[in-house]
Design a binder for this molecule. Structure first.
Ligand code: 5GP
Ligand code: ZN
Length: 109
């Protein structure tokens, strides 16, 4: 979708810190990280909400999130996926957040 910011990131029209790319999946660092390593994992297929994405475009998402969590080295983390404004979705291209939860000694990360 031409106006979609995440579609532009996938195409390289907007720069991002890319972590992973395959035929169906793209992952990159969040521009406003809640902690160090806060990442977004997205299907390349454009759709605003989870139910807009065909099942076969979603199979890699959690395996990639697992790999990134391991690579970042975080023991504790949240996987978060918002659908719709009331649920705090801001960008209308399905995305899964992987948000490391640093322990107190590490601070914000
Ligand atoms: P949402 O609230 O829709 O679940 O989260 C959208 C996320 O996308 C936010 O965490 C925000 O920081 C991130 N984001 C928005 N625009 C950009 C961008 O241009 N580049 C990157 N890397 N992240 C973005
Ligand atoms: Zn899009």
């Amino acid at each position: 979708m031409a106006a979609c910011i995440f579609c532009k990131i996938i195409k390289g029209e907007i720069p991002s810190m890319k972590l992973f790319e395959s035929e169906r999946t793209f992952a990159f660092l969040d521009i406003q990280p809640l902690s160090r390593g806060h990442s977004l994992i997205i299907p390349k297929h454009h759709g605003a909400k989870l139910h807009d994405i065909p099942d076969d475009q979603l199979h890699e998402i959690l395996p990639v999130a697992k790999k990134i969590a391991s690579a970042v080295g975080c023991e504790d983390y949240n996987i978060l996926q918002n659908n719709g404004r009331i649920a705090h979705q801001v960008v209308d291209h399905v995305h899964f957040h992987m948000i490391p939860k640093p322990n107190e000694k590490e601070g914000l990360g």
